[in-house]
Design a binder for this molecule. Structure first.
Ligand code: PGA
Length: 260
């Protein structure tokens, strides 16, 4: 049996509107209500516009809600941004920083992600920092270097006391989305172990308490093998999680693979 808390989350990206999000969350809570939350944590990141309704219909002791992004100041001349204070006002306590689509489509930098992580921690939120190498990085053999940079810059200034509030998702860019290829389990394990080593180097023992989730084309065919890997603490699922009944089955299969 695999020890420790297991994490299952999904980023809904720019798909579900208000009604669909509410229906999805209601169904997911109902289907997973019997799972003991001491052993697992479930979280969902809806679109901004769906967050107020999501917060209304969701018991966050069952399903934690998070935002997919945020501005890093409380307020100011930042047209189009949503601040940490605005998210807190809605009862949102978690926020993602550095999803590969933010980094690669919207050209965000490691410094941008660092500011978001800092802002999240300063406002009592849980930051979920996503890291991952591109296919090019992999070809050049610099995946570890890239991950180390993303972690060292993204988590710069985080104290040892704050570290256990952070979560990391390892999502190799080449594995994400409709054109992605899931990472081979052995490769995922190597990268997760490397990430954990960097986190221990940065935060000592507190670093080993940071959960590291795998994401990128997780599906019903590979979830069991991925979650059973020693250095994988959870699964961060996109497409395969967007129907509540399918996500529920995937979670239960993964738990079974861990002897739960
Ligand atoms: P995917 O998305 O599971 O659909 O590949 C993963 C993600 O973008 O987090």
């Amino acid at each position: 049996m695999k020890a420790g808390k297991l994490y299952f989350g999904s980023n809904l990206k720019m798909y579900k509107g208000v009604a669909d999000t509410a229906a999805y969350l209601t169904e997911l809570q109902r289907l997973t209500a019997d799972l003991n939350r001491e052993g697992i944590e479930l979280f969902i990141l809806p679109s901004y516009t769906a967050l107020p309704e999501a917060a209304r219909v969701t018991d966050q002791s069952l399903v934690r809600l998070g935002a997919q992004n945020m501005g890093w100041e409380e307020e100011g001349q930042f047209t189009g941004e949503i601040s940490c204070r605005m998210l807190r006002e809605l009862g949102i306590g978690m926020v993602m920083a550095g999803h590969s689509e933010r980094r690669h489509v919207f050209r965000e930098t490691d410094e941008d992600e660092q500011r978001k992580v800092r802002c999240a921690l300063d406002h009592g939120m849980i930051p979920l920092l996503c890291v991952g190498e591109t296919a090019e990085d992999k070809r050049y053999g610099i995946s570890r270097e890239v991950l180390t940079m993303q972690l060292k810059i993204g988590l710069y200034g985080v104290s040892r006391e704050e570290a256990p509030r952070v979560r990391v998702a390892y999502e190799p860019v080449w594995s994400i989305g409709v054109n992605g290829t899931p990472a081979e389990p052995a490769y995922a394990e190597t990268m997760h172990a490397a990430i954990k080593e960097v986190l221990r180097g940065m935060f000592g023992e507190a670093g080993s308490r940071i959960p590291v989730l795998y994401g990128g084309s997780v599906n019903p065919g590979n979830a069991r093998e991925l979650i059973a890997l020693p250095s994988v603490d959870g699964l961060y699922v996109g497409r395969a999680a967007w129907q509540a009944d399918k996500f529920n089955i995937l979670i239960r299969d993964a738990l079974a693979a861990c002897g739960r």
